[in-house]
Design a protein around this ligand. Structure first.
Ligand SMILES: [Fe+2]
Ligand SMILES: [Fe+2]
Length: 358
């Protein structure tokens, strides 16, 4: 599919937007059956808008614009995806103003079925209470669509002791909102939710494709920044018996992917800002999955670098990603059967040499 389904085919009438350059949207194609078969469908994925309230009716304009563009783009997709997922961190500090503002922007989506993943920036002010009120969703849930079983996890939980140690919810939210605040806590799915997941999956035949949406990666990448889920292995063990499972996550604001047994892991970019790869930031050890091809980035601190358009093809079981990034060349990162790993297919002479920023 990745070779035949171009951005132009998908987005008719989007030329004005395309000329604007930034399209903050991920489209995921699920074609687990025969190509073109009845079971094929797509869904769109928007993530990490981090809408930030300033005062009164004022919000950080750039983050607003990222989400608004994603909504416009999703509405222009043709054929229309079956549904839209929002991957978490709708708000920056979990405030009602921010969540309300986000829901207002997302109400522009011409889709009946928009679903949400809970991000830590939505959660730690009031432990997800208001988020549930406005999304009308529990913190974790599952649904079925055209023969695929979808699971939405809340992967940003922490121990009760940590929850209760702060003078206020706002204080707690501020600590968790800091990317590398040492007072933060590693995330987990937790035993209660894992038990729910085990029961949920027990009723699903092992041949059914399973797609998990989480906020933090259900793998261990970089603990200092909480690109990490403490009980990742236990969750992976529940997915391992299935023929095909895919974990799609936001949170990292980076391009990452990995394959562990039958589980493929794909990150989606944020509509707000990109995070540089850990090694490029602080000379800290990077634990990016070995098969992640670090995106060739002209400037990791460019506010729009890595917030572009992404097409994820999970048809083959190996991930193929097409990127359309501002101030960077369009590129495809795809599995190379000769190398037996993904590689950046961009022609070498067009590559922008990666820079290290210390
Ligand atoms: Fe985020
Ligand atoms: Fe996050």
């Amino acid at each position: 599919m990745v070779n035949t389904l171009s951005r132009r085919q998908l987005i008719k009438g989007a030329s004005a937007l395309a000329a604007g350059g930034v399209m903050d949207l991920t489209l995921v194609n699920l074609a687990f059956g025969e190509e073109g078969g009845a079971g094929d469908f797509t869904f769109a994925y928007i993530s990490d808008s981090h809408l930030q309230h300033i005062e009164g009716a004022k919000f950080v304009r750039n983050w607003d614009r990222g989400l608004m563009r994603a909504v416009a783009e999703a509405n222009l997709l043709d054929p229309k995806p079956d549904f839209v997922m929002f991957g978490g961190d709708l708000a920056q500090l979990g405030k009602r103003e921010e969540l309300d503002h986000g829901m207002e922007i997302l109400s522009g989506l011409r889709y009946d079925n928009v679903r949400f993943v809970l991000g830590e920036h939505d959660y730690y002010l009031d432990l997800g209470e208001y988020w549930s009120e406005i999304t009308k969703l529990p913190h974790w849930y599952s649904f079925d669509h055209k023969g695929v079983h979808f699971v939405v996890l809340n992967s940003i939980l922490v121990d009760e002791d940590w929850i209760n140690k702060w003078p206020s919810g706002a204080f707690r939210m501020n600590v968790m909102a800091g990317l590398d605040d040492p007072r933060g806590s590693p995330f987990m799915v937790g035993e209660k939710q894992r038990q729910w997941l085990a029961a949920d999956l027990a009723r699903i035949p092992k041949s059914t494709p399973v797609v998990v949406f989480s906020h933090s990666p259900i793998q261990k990448i970089f603990k200092n920044w909480n690109f990490w889920t403490d009980d990742a292995e236990q969750v992976q063990a529940l997915l391992a018996p299935f023929d095909r499972s895919t974990v799609i996550y936001g949170h990292v604001h980076q391009i990452q992917y990995n394959q562990i047994g039958n589980i493929s892991f794909n990150s989606v970019m944020g509509t707000s800002w990109p995070w540089p790869y850990p090694e490029a930031y602080a000379q800290a050890g990077s634990h990016l999955p070995v098969i992640t091809v670090p995106m060739n980035r002209a400037d990791p601190f460019h506010e729009r670098d890595a917030t572009g358009w992404q097409f994820v093809d999970v048809n083959t079981g190996n991930v193929a990603l097409n990127y359309s990034l501002p101030d960077n060349s369009p590129r495809t990162v795809a599995y190379d059967p000769k190398l037996k790993r993904p590689r950046d297919l961009q022609l070498a002479e067009r590559e922008i040499p990666p820079q290290k920023h210390y």
